[in-house]
Design a protein around this ligand. Structure first.
Ligand code: SAM
Length: 452
């Protein structure tokens, strides 16, 4: 199974490679000095991650070529916008026409959109977002893997089921060997090209150990590695970048400083944001975003969250519902509705029509059975599959009854590939990146052999 279509290098200018995918040209950052025009490569998150032998690339492309254009046609059909807006509120029509014409969405208009409840209006908002996604990003869909390496956590976040509040939770910490083995399996056997390594704030691993894990994975696989270990400090970020990590998944959770401090006793929003800003400066691709529906959050807060994710140069936006956990102080809170989340996904796309990868979170998939399908038709274009070993998966209990808690990775892959095909989406991650234009730090990625 393969989650990327090989592209052919058309030209290289400095660190930017121009990659051709069946006639569509994309740019990607290149850190491989040996790369030449005519080479075939995989790109992820806007990075060239691997050069592929000609015969292998041609074999994969021959399979894709047939379906690639069929998928694009299906996607185009589904995203076609019916501009007949009879009966639709004039203000809504004006805002949506504006975004489709390329006018930036204002905060006031975003608040207005999030306040809509009429099903016909919601339908139009979702379709407009899907139309823009199709227009600018075509039918590419990111499929990343996430490996939850430890559920140990020292933080008392009021909402989180692996926080210190959950005293009865059985804690686990994968050994470095287990992490490397499972990460390599996800890449070599299951075909993932991008992997997130996540844990609670777990002082049980030193930065040196985490760096060694990343280095070992990078020595065996070409995957794009995202780290998600919480606030590890600037030096920690630097050490892990040097070890080969190129992405950081860290949500700021909420852009409201007072709400942030309430939800995270002893922590402050500015420290979190400074990690994200520092990581961006170092060259990390950022996946960030926040919780939707935490007690005390207003619609205006939420809109500022979306604008903050954009301001932080998020490569991928991750906004999902807060789901109360019975062993936390927020156990009696309400749960957002499906449409609340779909509105957030759609408004995110209207705000960020041309570049953003917008993730359908597992929390949303837990909240709503058809989250993936509906989210993909409301502007989203990314999913994450859980590659945590079965014996640990249920213990990573940030909220109860997580979707795909018991599904093996093969079943998750089969489901997502079938869904994407039914929507005309290709599980690719063509290189269009916010990383472009930045000067990445000069650590060579190399072209390691895939071992299994
Ligand atoms: N320690 C890392 C960090 O600080 O980013 C990553 C682990 S943390 C458990 C991962 C994410 O889980 C958080 O960013 C938070 O948004 C999400 N999360 C935690 N509890 C949740 C809940 N009850 N409902 C939905 N999402 C939750």
């Amino acid at each position: 199974m393969c989650y990327a279509i090989p592209g052919r290098i058309k030209a290289i200018t400095g660190k930017i490679a121009f990659v051709d995918y069946f006639g569509e040209e994309r740019k990607a950052l290149n850190e491989m000095e040996e790369l030449r025009k005519g080479d075939f490569v995989y790109a992820q998150g806007g990075y060239i991650i691997e050069r592929i032998p000609l015969a292998e690339a041609e074999e994969i492309l021959s399979v894709w070529k047939e379906t690639f254009f069929e998928l694009q046609e299906a996607d185009l059909r589904l995203s076609r916008l019916d501009l007949e807006k009879a009966g639709i509120d004039r203000k809504l029509g004006f805002i949506l026409d504006g975004t489709i014409a390329g006018r930036p969405l204002s905060e006031t208009h975003a608040v207005y959109l999030l306040g809509r409840t009429d099903p016909r209006e919601l339908d139009l908002i979702f379709k407009s977002a899907n139309f823009l996604r199709q227009k600018h990003l075509k039918n590419a869909c990111c499929v990343h893997g996430i490996l939850e390496i430890s559920n140990a956590c020292s933080q008392p976040c009021l909402y989180c089921g692996i926080s210190t509040h959950h005293r009865t939770l059985k804690r686990y910490r994968m050994t470095p060997d287990e992490i490397v083995e499972n990460a390599c399996l996800a890449v070599a056997r299951h075909g993932f090209k991008a992997l997130v390594l996540q844990s609670g704030e777990d002082a049980g691993y030193s930065i040196g150990e985490l760096a060694s894990v990343v280095r070992r994975i990078k020595a065996k696989t070409p995957a794009l590695i995202f780290i998600s270990f919480g606030e590890i400090g600037f030096h920690g970020l630097e050490q892990l970048y040097e070890a080969g990590a190129r992405g950081l998944l860290m949500r700021f959770e909420t852009s409201n400083p007072a709400l942030y401090s309430n939800l995270h006793p002893g922590s402050d929003l500015e420290t979190r944001l400074s990690h994200l800003r520092e990581a961006y400066k170092l060259g990390y691709l950022l996946i960030t975003g926040g919780l939707v529906g935490v007690p005390g959050q207003t619609r205006e807060d939420l809109v500022r969250d979306l604008f903050l994710a954009k301001e932080l140069h998020a490569e991928m936006m991750s906004f999902g519902p807060f789901l109360p956990h019975p062993n936390t102080p927020l156990k009696d809170s309400g749960v957002p509705e499906e449409n609340d989340i779909l509105k957030v996904l759609a408004v995110t796309r209207l705000l960020e029509p041309t570049e953003a990868r917008i993730l359908i979170t597992t929390a949303f998939e837990t909240l709503s059975e058809n989250a993936r399908r509906k989210g993909l038709l409301a502007g989203a274009n990314s999913v994450m599959l859980n590659v945590t070993p079965a014996q640990y998966r249920r213990q990573y209990e940030i909220y109860p009854n997580r979707a795909y808690g018991d599904d093996g990775i093969e079943k998750q892959i089969e489901d997502v590939v079938n869904l994407l095909a039914s929507l005309g989406r290709a599980p690719t991650d063509l290189g269009i990146s916010r990383a472009q234009g930045r000067q990445p730090r000069g650590f060579a990625l190399g072209t390691p052999e895939l071992t299994g």
